[in-house]
Design a protein around this ligand. Structure first.
Ligand code: S3P
Length: 433
């Protein structure tokens, strides 16, 4: 049974410095690439969240040697052809990234595998990945003709495709590129809106070659990757909760160090700027495979804004906490073109609107987003997370400014991406007299 948590943080400000845990997307990929590559890969700053542990578990079942020592991970592999066929089901838990990227990886092996996840994964659309993989010759079966888990994959020799992405999704793009690594010929993926590019960056780190030109990504099949070192920066999607908390909680100043600021992920920074938040950003390592920054945020006077178009994929995971931010801004914030929220860990349009409304926010759902009118005081009350880590953390940040305590039905799900979240909240709380 998940644990209910009473969030009682009234009359407190936030002060201090924290380093958020490693980036979820990059942590997954570090293990995947380490397992695909020949030789030893070392990873530092790995996220020990449940999703990334699911990825490790899947590769251990495929016979890949993985050692975990704190946030350091070592992967030793002789390459894909040395993986062994598992005699048990590969369990991907709550992780869409594990499930979808593994489809692209497993489709081009010579193994038969079966993959399944939790009840949330069982509702998430898989055809968006399986359709292009089938065009490459992949043999994948699942419920509703491959729409839902459990999925059975019979690995086979793949052929390259030229594919125009119908949705902006890094998981779909990455699955195709990973399949393209094993396909005959050159696989091309065309993106209308640029999604996060961690896969493309990491391919190069592992000695692979991929070209990116104005939304057209090309990868040659038959490349061998080699083990390397991956330094995982802090996850901007986790930092987002404290960027917003720092801006909305009175008398606060929070310093966030080592935050990954890959431009395909940093839409939240643009939104904070648009809304007039009081923050400064110091880029530390622009030339690194994944750039990082220190960000200092202070209590702010906020103005409403409109969030739509190209920026959406650059902040898709941050929309729940941006909605909370908008409840504290002057005027009407409009979020459009964000229909992808409906197929996340839960339908995040319904979840955000229902739960913030319960707290007294002036917020309405639309077909492809939401409209929030602020500023409004938030009351306390009972809030549901829907088993979704980002809805749970949104509720916790709401509790920092609500007039009464908030009771969160399931706080355990936060461990999916940020196991130390509540420790960091406690560390930053500065008791006012
Ligand atoms: C991710 C891509 C995004 C994001 C998810 C992680 C990734 O999903 O929401 O949290 O690591 O590639 P989509 O590809 O469905 O947009």
């Amino acid at each position: 049974m998940p644990h209910t948590k009473i969030l009682n943080y009234q009359n407190e400000s936030l002060q201090g410095t924290i380093e958020v845990p490693g980036d979820k997307s990059i942590s997954h990929r570090s293990v995947m690439f380490g397992a695909i590559a020949k030789g030893k890969t070392t990873v530092s700053g790995f996220l020990l969240g449940e999703d990334c542990l699911s990825t490790i578990d899947v590769f251990r079942k495929l016979g890949v040697e993985i050692e975990v020592d704190g946030t350091n991970v070592a992967i030793t592999s002789s390459g894909i052809d040395a993986w062994k066929e598992p005699n048990e089901v590969l369990y991907t838990g709550n992780s869409g990234t594990t499930t979808r990227l593994m489809l692209g990886i497993l489709a081009g092996t010579n193994l038969h595998t079966v993959m399944t996840g939790d009840s949330s994964i069982g509702k998430r659309p898989m055809r968006r990945v399986i359709d292009p993989l089938r065009l490459m010759g992949a043999e994948i079966a699942g419920r509703a003709n491959g729409q839902f888990t459990p999925l059975a994959i019979q690995g086979t020799q793949l052929k390259a495709i030229d594919y125009t992405m119908p949705v902006a999704s890094a998981q779909v793009k990455s699955a195709i590129l990973l399949a393209g690594l094993r396909a005959n010929g050159t696989t091309i993926v065309r993106e209308k809106e640029v999604s996060r590019d961690h896969t493309e960056r990491m391919l190069k780190q592992f000695g692979g070659s991929v070209t990116v030109d104005d939304g057209v990504i090309s990868i040659e099949g038959g490349q061998q990757l080699f083990g390397t070192h991956v330094n995982v920066p802090g996850d901007i999607s986790s930092a987002a909760f404290f960027l917003v908390a720092g801006a909305v909680v009175p008398n606060s100043e929070i310093t966030l160090t080592n935050v990954g600021v890959n431009p395909t992920r940093s839409g939240i920074i643009d939104v904070l700027r648009q809304m007039g938040a009081d923050f400064s950003i110091q880029i530390e390592d622009e030339k690194a495979a994944e750039p990082t920054a220190t960000i200092i945020v202070r209590t702010s006077q906020l103005e409403a804004t409109t969030i739509e178009g190209d920026i959406i994929p650059r902040l898709i995971d941050e929309i729940p906490i941006i909605a909370l931010l908008a409840t504290q801004a002057n005027g009407k914030t409009i979020i459009r073109n964000a229909e992808e929220l409906k197929v996340k860990e839960t339908d995040r349009i319904i979840a955000v609107v229902t739960e913030l409304k319960k707290l007294g926010a002036n917020i309405e759902a639309t077909e492809d987003g939401m409209i929030i009118e602020g500023p409004t005081k938030l009351n306390g009350g009972s809030v549901k997370s829907y088993g979704d880590h980002r809805i749970g953390m949104m509720a916790a940040v709401a509790a920092l400014i609500s007039e009464e305590p908030i009771e969160l039905d399931d706080s355990d799900c936060i461990a999916v991406s940020y196991p130390t979240f509540f420790d960091h909240v406690e560390e930053l709380i500065h008791k006012s007299k």
